[in-house]
Design a protein around this ligand. Structure first.
Ligand code: GTP
Ligand code: SPV
Ligand code: MN
Length: 582
């Protein structure tokens, strides 16, 4: 890689705090990082990306399996040999004038039998700092690796420097971005972007796209899911995982403080879960990550106090606004923006211009162990046993607050059926409803139809009584443009019902689409009855439309679409058409 990329020097990261401080200091001198107010937010930094490098770029993301069909209809594909030839040319000399950092990292607790090692080569010091916060990184990883296997990944911002040329604050190459995966070779090549999931190769590239292929081959699951622990007032603890699309509430649910007194929620992970069968036949989840790369806007002491406390120190903020006294601000932190703000574009914020001070996909990067509600079991090498799995999305209509699946296959059908309004987490239009099965549309490293089949096969391998129950949730239903449900801490009410369902202690009504709560604990919450009715309503006309839509979507997968899910769809339609089916 050194010969190909021609960096000035090569540096292997040891993962120490001294190393972090040294690299951060270099970036401060260059102007890329701005240190925040040491009294208000110690050891933290503000940083702005290039305005065209603010989110994941799905249209430039490729799964280069040998056979196009293995990438499936939802992924971009190119022939791997042609792609390799192309990349050889693309990367030639791409790190000129820069340092090549070698970042050994471990996804999962170092001692976990489920953990996997990756090595990222990058010319971005921002990526090095982020990997330090987000993963277990450095010397201890090399020690564990020995001469074992690792997933190689190379990342370049794609902006070689000529001799004496002055660098940009956020070098990147927006016109020429490539996020490429070779699933059979377990290899990642990323070019042209320095942002998030495009550049921190341990996250979406390895822990989801490559790992989903490993999971298919080895009989486990790599999922875009949070993990949380929930303890009832009697002290009984269970674990829940939940898949919601990007910027649809995983971080907020994982870190939430329940509105119900006595119910404790602990954060296991906020974005990714690797799920294996344990020796007792239950499904166990580990969080391969060690940090959060969380959406900043909307995060406040009211909505998410645990997140606010997590990044009180030792945090990196990207594309948020900067206050006069060198602290951070974003829309939704409090009502009125402080005066003399610097916007994410680096200029004085003009509240009359109608543009946000912070980019809608601005994010905080911070170690998860700093969270006051951090679940120590996140370090358990064997993971935590799941009692329930939730699927959800952003749907302003049709989808009720919570629905329980009739069976594993019906739950897999629910996961496969997720649609959600697009968000700022990916480049492109915001607010358009699109299918996002299992919240994995941008992250599944192989044919999505085969992925559905893999989920079904996991259920067949498991003992029915030990498998987690499955649910569909929607915090985002609207009436007259307003959210019907307060969300955030009040989602704890839904979690309570789910907790008690999994102990067979809560009652439910059968509807055409699944079980809904007979009663939900709404103590202390004052919602209009009409709003409540609407939150739980199942409208047959709307659901028939939904089913028709799914029918045509599922055709996309052709022969790869499992019969069992087509049967689930037919059963749903039958229930919706029957007048007295229930
Ligand atoms: P990724 O990191 O992109 O995978 O996203 P995520 O699923 O972790 O999303 P996150 O929790 O960061 O939420 C994204 C946005 O949704 C934030 O602006 C939140 O304030 C908002 N949000 C989260 N939970 C709720 C909720 O229960 N109700 C409402 N109305 N908004 C929510
Ligand atoms: C997402 O978009 O789902 C994220 C942020 O979690 S990124 O790491 O950029 O993919
Ligand atoms: Mn995510």
């Amino acid at each position: 890689m050194r010969a190909l990329c021609s960096p000035v020097s090569v540096y292997t990261c040891d993962g120490s705090r001294e190393e972090f401080d040294r690299i951060a200091q270099e970036m401060v001198l260059k102007g890329t990082l701005v240190p925040l107010n040491e009294k208000k937010r110690p050891h933290s930094f503000w940083c702005r990306s290039h305005p065209d490098d603010v989110a994941r770029v799905e249209e430039n993301t490729f799964i280069c399996s040998r056979n196009k069909e293995h990438a499936g209809p939802t992924n971009n594909w190119k022939d791997p040999l042609e792609m390799r030839e192309f990349l050889q040319e693309l990367y030639r000399g791409c790190m000129q004038g820069r340092t090549m950092y070698v970042v050994p990292y471990c996804m999962g607790p170092i001692a976990s039998p489920y953990a996997r090692i990756g090595v990222e080569i990058t010319d971005s010091p921002y990526v090095v700092l982020s990997m330090y916060l987000m993963t277990r990184m450095g010397k201890e990883v090399l020690a564990r690796l020995g001469d074992g296997e690792f997933v190689p990944g190379v990342h370049s911002v794609g902006r070689p420097l000529k001799p004496q040329e002055k660098d940009e604050l956020w070098p990147c190459n927006p016109a020429n971005r490539w996020i490429v995966h070779f699933p059979e070779d377990r290899e990642i090549w990323s070019y042209g972007s320095g942002y998030g999931g495009n550049a921190l190769l341990g996250k979406k590239c390895f822990a989801l796209r490559i790992a989903s292929v490993l999971g298919r081959d080895e009989g486990w699951l790599a999922e875009h899911m949070l993990i949380l622990g929930i303890t009832n007032p009697e002290g009984e603890k269970k674990y829940i995982a939940a898949a919601f699309p990007s910027a649809c509430g995983k971080t907020n649910l994982a870190l939430m403080q329940s509105a119900l007194p006595g119910w404790k929620i602990e954060a296991g992970g906020d974005d990714i879960a690797w799920i294996h069968f344990g020796p007792d036949g239950r499904l166990y989840a580990i969080n391969p990550e060690a940090g959060y790369f969380g959406v900043a806007p909307g995060t406040s002491m009211k909505t998410n106090p645990n997140a606010m406390k997590t990044f009180e120190h030792d945090a990196l903020f990207t594309n948020v606004a900067l206050t006069e006294d060198k602290d951070v601000w974003w829309e939704g932190m409090d009502k009125t923006p402080p005066s003399n703000l610097i916007s994410w574009r680096g200029v004085p914020y003009d509240p009359t211009a109608g543009l946000p001070a912070a980019h809608p996909n601005s994010r905080f990067t911070v170690r998860s162990s700093q969270c006051p509600a951090y679940d120590k079991e996140a370090e358990n090498p064997y993971g935590v046993p799941l009692s329930a799995i939730l699927f959800g999305g952003r749907r302003s209509g049709t989808v009720p607050l919570v629905t329980e699946a009739f069976s594993w296959a019906h739950g897999v059908f629910m996961g496969a059926s997720i649609s959600s309004e697009t968000t700022a987490a990916a480049k492109g239009e915001v607010g358009r409803v699109r299918h996002d099965p299992f919240a994995m549309l941008p992250f599944c490293g192989y044919n999505m139809g085969d992925y559905f089949a893999h989920w079904l096969s996991m259920g067949k391998r498991g003992d029915k009584l030990k498998l987690p129950r499955m649910y569909m949730v929607n915090w985002f239903r609207k009436s007259d443009g307003q959210y019907l449900w307060p969300g955030f801490g009040d989602n704890g009410r839904v979690l309570k019902w789910i907790f008690e369902r999994t102990s067979d202690k809560a009652s439910a009504k059968k509807t055409e689409i699944g079980y809904v709560p007979e009663t939900l604990d709404l103590s202390g919450l004052h919602l209009q009855q009409s709003h409540l009715d609407e939150l739980f309503s199942v409208n047959r006309e709307e659901w028939l439309k939904e089913a028709k839509e799914l029918e045509s979507y599922f055709q996309l997968f052709g022969e790869h679409m499992p019969d069992a899910l087509l049967q689930e769809l037919r059963d749903l339609e039958k229930r919706l058409l029957a007048t007295d089916s229930l």
